[in-house]
Ligand binder design. Structure first.
Ligand SMILES: [Fe+2]
Length: 337
């Protein structure tokens, strides 16, 4: 358990009119807690924000923070501070939140996720959509061998961090929200916290651990880049896999974007993948429709199980990711810090 006790995050609103939130253990994760909100409070948020359409969220950036303002009004600053602390806390590095008792409507989920995301940080322009969020479908039909692993239901999607090739210095957080699911079995998220990874010291302290590697996205004519929409071109980067962030050991890793220049470096990368894929502490979590998972992308590696074959399998998640707001720049709304 971290020095920050989970109990410290349980906030109630005894002294204000703000709705309460609770932080409880999650049955599938040893580290990620779940935040529990009352369905009627979520409904209040959704009703109060019903006029903010997905289209206006895409076209008018300030409207995204207007959603966060409503979160602040319904649940108070305590919830926003809880979100931030759970993401930043080394032990938990994230949280789960299920609002399916209030809604499973995809537009409402996007509003709610957008509101929480903007409470902790401004999302990046997503490489797959060219927008601040991306819808990521997986279906059994129309999958070709050239398809990116992200869209391949019947291949294991290897452990990685997001934004490894982003020009931003770090991609601190990500959120996956489940919007649609039909004929789905399997396909759970696989997670490994760096502090649970048995071999982390061995790989961090190896000569390659802090050595800059060439990091590059596929070229424009690569089928993956074409499937992703060719939305973002990035300059090649030279970056180490391991780095420090707020005094903590962190990693950024995506095997398909790292270009070794020697047999030794390639062997290191192969061993790295074998180690994270086989670690006994990899945990699998389920995100039902109407639920979401926020992760600290600097602390956690994530991947996905294969799905069980079904001819009509369909699943969609909404993704956002970005850097955390600096401490002093929590959204300041109505003079509240
Ligand atoms: Fe990912």
């Amino acid at each position: 358990m971290s020095q920050h006790s989970r109990a410290a995050y349980a906030a109630t609103s005894d002294t204000t009119a703000a709705a309460r939130h609770l932080v409880q253990a999650h049955p599938e994760s040893g580290r990620l807690p779940r935040i529990v909100l009352e369905p009627e409070d979520i409904r209040d948020f959704l009703d109060e924000t019903a006029h903010i359409t997905t289209r206006s969220l895409e076209y008018v950036p300030y409207s995204r923070f207007n959603l966060t303002e409503v979160v602040q009004r319904v649940w108070g600053d305590e919830l926003i501070q809880t979100l931030y602390r759970l993401i930043e806390d080394r032990y938990s590095g994230g949280f789960m939140l299920d609002i399916s008792a209030a809604t499973t409507n995809d537009e409402e989920l996007i509003r709610f996720i957008t509101a929480l995301a903007h409470a902790i940080g401004t999302p990046d322009n997503d490489v797959l959509s060219g927008k601040f969020y991306a819808r990521l479908p997986v279906r059994s039909q129309d999958v070709t061998p050239q398809s990116s692993n992200l869209f391949q239901p019947y291949r294991t999607f290897g452990m990685h961090t997001d934004g490894a090739a982003s020009k931003n210095p770090t991609t601190d957080w990500l959120v996956f929200g489940k919007t649609h699911e039909r004929h789905v079995r399997g396909g759970r998220n696989r997670l490994l916290h760096l502090d649970d990874w048995r071999d982390v010291r061995q790989f961090a302290e190896a000569p390659q651990g802090r050595k800059p590697f060439l990091i590059e996205l596929p070229p424009a004519n690569d089928p993956r880049q074409q499937q992703w929409g060719n939305n973002v071109r990035s300059e090649p980067l030279n970056r180490p896999i391991f780095f420090d962030w707020h005094g903590h050991l962190c990693a950024r890793f995506a095997d398909q974007f790292i270009f070794p220049r020697s047999i030794e470096d390639a062997a290191y990368l192969r061993s790295f993948v074998e180690s994270i894929e086989s670690d006994p502490k990899v945990e699998c979590v389920t995100i039902p429709v109407g639920a979401m998972m926020f992760l600290n992308n600097n602390y956690w590696l994530h991947g996905r199980e294969v799905f069980e074959p079904h001819p009509e399998l369909y699943r969609e998640i909404v993704r956002m990711r970005g850097m955390l707001h600096a401490h002093q720049s929590f959204p300041v709304i109505n003079g509240a810090a």
